[in-house]
Design a protein around this ligand. Structure first.
Ligand SMILES: *Cc1c(COP(=O)(O)O)cnc(C)c1O
Length: 401
């Protein structure tokens, strides 16, 4: 018989059994409730990583847990060769609460972007004389599959796997002129994140997306927005694009949409919706379990005051982080939108700040050597924000200048 989970040395076993593809924080998490998680020694943490922006409703949300359990007792999975009610229920919610007309479900952000890339390629064949290039940006993150890693603006994620997929043209982020210069008859689409998440919580100028939209309209290009991290309420509106008054032709979603259950979505306007029967597929994509969870998360967003909480708590977090600038010499600023925020440090000590913060019971993520990312569940309370920033302040004072 195998030992009970709690008496096994998970970290040692991981080192010998698991592919060493990730650098892990030496903490084994065993349970959660709301914004809090507990490790295998009983120590509790405020979770400001939230599964990398996936656990929108916090941990062990009773309503979400009930929906998942009920669906599991009813029908977990059916093949996409059949119709399924939860899938169409979520499709209806997403279409009625976005500017897009059709959806395709998958299991992750990378997969959602794969579908968007395939749409751009096929659309270019049909409508732009075989154009196939997609303009993407430096410091972008679109996923780890071969196509999405080829589109990702971090060379160290791409180089070990060269040759990468052709057809991605890199330009600086937040620079519309660079996109204009890179546009050729081969260009089919421009793909960007409304705010770069993994690249460092990089917020573009307010007119960046509107100008990109205008350029794509003038040139007849598709504008693809990767809202995998920014979507589903994270920035204080359901989709980040709503805040700059534009609409994408294609948009991708994942991370927070399933509340922690793997789910991805690719949405498109009718004119960009070029898939025909046989063009694309996914065995698990949009299965009843995942889409029942997604429906519950979307309902919470549109039927409760969750978005108001994101805006209020986002402002509070921004204000508290900005306040650290006056009180701790290490802090040089803060940036972000809603509950996706970064604390800027004058030195490359983000990893040390995070390690010490974990020791004091708050989970954070060093998204760049000099930026600590904060992305709590959308349900985070005012008290939890204050508690988290107080801990970070004491850690910064400990490190000194
Ligand atoms: C996380 C992320 C992805 C990849 O999502 P996975 O679910 O890990 O495949 C893609 N784009 C953005 C903007 C992301 O933040």
């Amino acid at each position: 018989m195998t030992q009970s989970r709690s008496t096994r040395d998970v970290k040692a076993l991981e080192a010998s059994l698991y592919m060493q593809a990730a650098r892990r924080v030496p903490v084994t998490l065993v349970r959660g409730e709301g914004t809090r998680v507990w490790d295998d020694t009983g120590k509790s943490y405020l979770d400001f990583v939230a599964g990398i922006a996936t656990n929108s409703l916090g941990h062990a949300h009773p309503g979400l847990a009930d929906v998942i359990a009920t669906q599991a007792h009813t029908l977990i999975h059916v093949s996409n060769i059949f119709y399924s009610e939860p899938q169409i229920e979520l499709a209806e919610l997403l279409i009625s609460h976005s500017a897009l007309d059709r959806v395709f479900f998958s299991n992750s952000g990378a997969e959602a972007n794969e579908a968007a890339i395939k749409i751009a390629r096929k659309w270019g064949k049909l409508h732009r004389d075989g154009a196939f290039e997609i303009i993407v940006t430096d410091h972008s993150f679109h996923g780890r599959t071969m196509a999405t890693v080829s589109a990702t603006g971090t060379p160290r994620y791409r180089d070990p796997f060269a040759p990468t997929l052709p057809g991605f043209v890199f330009v600086a982020y937040d620079d519309v002129d660079a996109v204009r210069r890179a546009t050729t008859p081969r260009t089919a689409a421009v793909m960007v994140e409304p705010v770069q998440g993994e690249g460092g919580v990089n917020v573009p100028k307010p007119d960046y997306l509107p100008q990109l939209r205008r350029w794509c309209d003038e040139q007849g290009l598709l504008l693809i927005l990767d809202e995998v991290q920014t979507g589903v309420g994270r920035t204080g509106t359901i989709w980040a694009y709503e805040q700059v008054g534009i609409e994408p032709d294609v948009m991708t979603s994942a991370k927070g949409i399933g509340g922690g259950v793997p789910l991805g979505a690719t949405l498109a306007k009718e004119h960009a919706s070029v898939f025909e029967p046989g063009d694309h597929g996914s065995t698990y994509g949009g299965n009843p379990l995942a889409t029942a969870a997604g429906t519950y998360v979307m309902r919470q967003l549109v039927e409760t005051d969750l978005l108001a909480n994101v805006r209020a708590r986002g402002e509070q977090l921004a204000r508290r982080l900005a306040g650290l600038e006056d009180r701790t010499p290490l802090v040089t600023g803060e940036r972000g939108v809603g509950l996706l925020r970064g604390l800027e440090l004058g030195k490359e000590v983000a990893a040390e700040v995070v390690t010490r913060a974990v020791g004091r019971g708050i989970l954070l993520n060093p998204v760049r050597p000099d930026v600590v990312r904060f992305m709590p569940p959308l349900t985070v309370t005012a008290g939890e924000i204050d508690e988290a920033v107080d801990i970070v302040e004491s850690v910064l004072q400990e490190i000194g200048s």
